[in-house]
Design a protein around this ligand. Structure first.
Ligand SMILES: Nc1ncnc2c1ncn2[C@@H]1O[C@H](COP(=O)(O)OP(=O)(O)O)[C@@H](O)[C@H]1O
Ligand SMILES: [Mg+2]
Length: 363
């Protein structure tokens, strides 16, 4: 099949790398010919910065996207002629934190207390209702912790509001979590589901730095609960492709943070650590192929993001159990440039390997 991807970043790049062995072809729409996926397929560059994606749609048999911030009007237009997966409901819901949380409420999936906020008055009322600390976030467009303000005391309310040059905001109660976990699953058009194990994510300044897969010390019941929430959400949105849910692990069980209708940074370990990677399973689902096995191939794996600068990659290349994935990006502060996957047969072995690669991690 000819698969069209809206976007040409690292996620599209890795989709293509996993999709060629399945005999698919790829096309991308993006802003420039030097984006990470540009050399992996036909590149349709937006002209004059407009969302000119008609040529991509003419090329493709099926369309997918890299980001929940994809223009929904464009997707609706394309969808009149060719299928777009995940579908409009998934995109519409997940691109707005308020709509997403309304769906969690409707399906009894636990999430942080929240209030939608448009004005300073709304924010003051919301703080009264939810209490502090709380996090003010833009309703749309946030990523890597951008567009957020942690309010610790009432003196910060005014400052928090003015710092957000956006009309639509959401205030969320701060969740006291032990760990951040995520679950990745895939659903096909025939309602088959497959789940990866819960993984453990460590962020630094809003950016994911380390994933351990599977997360250690997870009760089978917790995995089961996560899968139950996942299945409810997949089915409610009639989702086709990969869906990711970010969770807070708390004293009182799992609380959902947010979800993404796409392959996710916390699933990159699966390229080397699972029988079928998240990228291949996404491509299989949207192209009507049978879903692949999601079981880990090793006792435990890790993914370390390469952020801001490439660093000493020879360290990685000299380790038998480490795998380098670079995205063909130039160095820039806080930019995700690639990642390292580590596979191991014991937690001890994994910890030793992470230790050897610690120059890639923040202090
Ligand atoms: N309600 C909350 N309580 C506690 N921590 C939070 C909350 N919301 C977000 N965070 C922290 O901020 C990070 C980024 O927030 P998130 O909503 O996931 O935005 P992004 O879209 O940038 O990933 C989370 O991974 C978590 O560490
Ligand atoms: Mg997040």
């Amino acid at each position: 099949m000819k698969i069209g991807v809206l976007g040409a970043g690292q996620l599209g790049r890795m989709m293509a790398i996993s999709g060629y062995p399945l005999n698919h072809q790829f096309g991308f729409s993006g802003n420039a010919n030097n984006e990470p996926a540009a050399l992996l397929g036909h590149m349709f560059v937006h002209e004059d910065n407009a969302d000119n994606i008609e040529s991509l749609a003419a090329f493709a048999d099926v369309i997918t996207y890299e980001s929940e911030n994809t223009n929904i009007e464009a997707v609706r237009e394309i969808n009149k002629n060719i299928p777009v997966y995940p579908g409009e409901i998934s995109l519409h819901t997940t691109q707005h934190r308020g709509r997403e949380k309304a769906l969690f409420d409707k399906l009894n999936v636990p999430c942080a207390r929240y209030c939608m906020v448009n004005t300073l008055e709304d924010l003051k009322l919301a703080v009264k209702k939810i209490g502090l600390p709380a996090i003010l976030k833009t309703a749309t467009e946030g990523y890597d912790g951008k567009g957020q303000f942690l309010i610790d005391n009432p003196d910060q309310i005014q400052q928090a509001f003015t710092s957000m040059n956006s009309v639509e905001l959401i205030l969320e109660g701060f969740v006291n979590f032990k760990r951040e976990l995520s679950l990745i699953a895939v659903r096909d058009k025939h309602n088959n589901h497959k789940y990866y194990p819960l993984v453990d994510n460590t962020h630094h300044q809003g950016i994911l730095r380390l994933t351990i897969a599977p997360a250690q010390d997870i009760d089978a019941k917790v995995q089961e609960t996560a899968e139950k929430y996942m299945q409810t959400l997949l089915d409610a949105m009639d989702h086709v492709g990969i869906l990711t849910i970010e969770f807070f692990e708390t004293e009182n069980g799992l609380v959902v943070n947010e979800m993404a209708p796409r392959v996710h940074n916390s699933g990159h370990w699966s390229i080397n650590g699972a029988n079928t990677s998240q990228f291949e399973n996404h491509i299989r689902a949207i192209s009507g192929m049978p879903l692949g096995d999601t079981n880990p191939t090793h006792k435990v794996s890790a993914m370390i993001n390469i952020v801001s600068e490439i660093g000493q990659i020879d360290l990685v290349l000299n380790m038998p159990n480490a795998h380098l994935h670079l995205y063909d990006k130039t160095e820039r502060k806080d930019r995700k440039l690639g990642h390292i996957n580590i596979t191991a047969n014991s937690l001890r072995e994994l910890e030793n390997s992470i230790q050897q690669l610690q120059s890639f991690l923040p202090q």
